[in-house]
Write a new protein. Structure first.
Length: 282
């Protein structure tokens, strides 16, 4: 490692420690996302995962609400603070539009509502060295979503998260073109493998199961001032000197840590037919 690389690594580590991030760099944080997004031109792929058991026996599928909205021309997912009993600027816009009684406002208000997602902690069998990862996918009201494909496996095969007698899942992926011409990755099927251990090394099993990282360490929760700007139609940028979010496209944006933009680093899983149609894999 050269001097520059050493200084850069030190800077990234200290910067993220100051911002509350548990990752030394955005690259390390990226390793904690599991995504099913296929590259353009793909003829299809299979990916194998193992859902990790929870420490208290609760469902491994955590329900979290996110707003899907465009920021600086890109679709992003913003954690809705309402679920924590906090002020929710985007929900305030939604409610004010609904209150006008105008049909066009009512229709517009739908773009400001938060939607239910599931986040599950798992092992990506193709990248086990990365350790536990998190997969976020959308709830499907038509019962055609990811969880709707996984639940029957639980019902028919038992607890697939069991460390000793659980099952890996094979995800069959392909590219699908929507009615608007957008190309998305579709999870066509999810097939369980035979019963098998989480890992043959008990120490690895213990390390994975007791891993303290949670989804909220990985998916950032934007502060109220950021959400206020988005609600007002502004573009938040992180001002390193002022150490706060400012409106405008000229401020230098921070990379990584609690102040980074999800749109810049998070690979997103878009399913054919899901709203919004222009959701992109950032």
């Amino acid at each position: 490692m050269g001097t520059f690389e050493a200084v850069q690594a030190q800077y990234e580590k200290n910067k993220n420690a100051a911002s509350g991030s548990k990752f030394a760099s955005s690259e390390e944080r990226m390793k904690k996302y599991f995504t099913t997004v296929l590259p353009k031109g793909s003829t299809g792929e299979e990916r194998r995962v193992r859902i990790l058991p929870t420490k208290d026996g609760s469902s491994p599928f955590v329900e979290v609400y996110f707003h899907e909205i465009q920021v600086d021309g890109k679709w992003v997912k913003l954690f809705d603070p309402k679920q924590e009993g906090k002020r929710s600027p985007l929900n305030e816009v939604k409610e004010s539009l609904e209150a006008t009684g105008v049909e066009s406002d009512k229709e517009l208000s739908k773009s400001y509502r938060s939607r239910k997602f599931y986040i599950v902690k798992l092992i990506d069998r193709d990248n086990e060295a990365d350790g536990p990862k998190f997969w976020r996918f959308k709830h499907n009201s038509k019962q055609e979503g990811i969880l709707d494909k996984i639940f029957p496996i639980f019902r028919n095969k038992g607890d697939i998260t069991d460390p000793a007698k659980g099952r890996d899942l094979i995800l069959s992926l392909s590219l699908t073109t929507s009615g608007t011409g957008k190309v998305y990755t579709s999870v066509n099927s999810i097939i369980p493998e035979d019963v098998g251990p989480l890992h043959t090394d008990d120490e690895v099993v213990k390390k994975w199961i007791t891993d303290p990282l949670t989804w909220s360490d990985v998916y950032s929760k934007k502060p109220e001032d950021y959400l206020d700007m988005v609600a007002n139609g502004e573009t938040p940028k992180w001002d390193k000197d002022a150490k706060k979010w400012v409106n405008g496209s000229t401020a230098e944006a921070s990379i990584g840590g609690a102040t980074s933009s999800d749109a810049a680093i998070i690979p997103d899983d878009s399913q054919a037919g899901d709203e919004p149609d222009e959701d992109l894999p950032f």
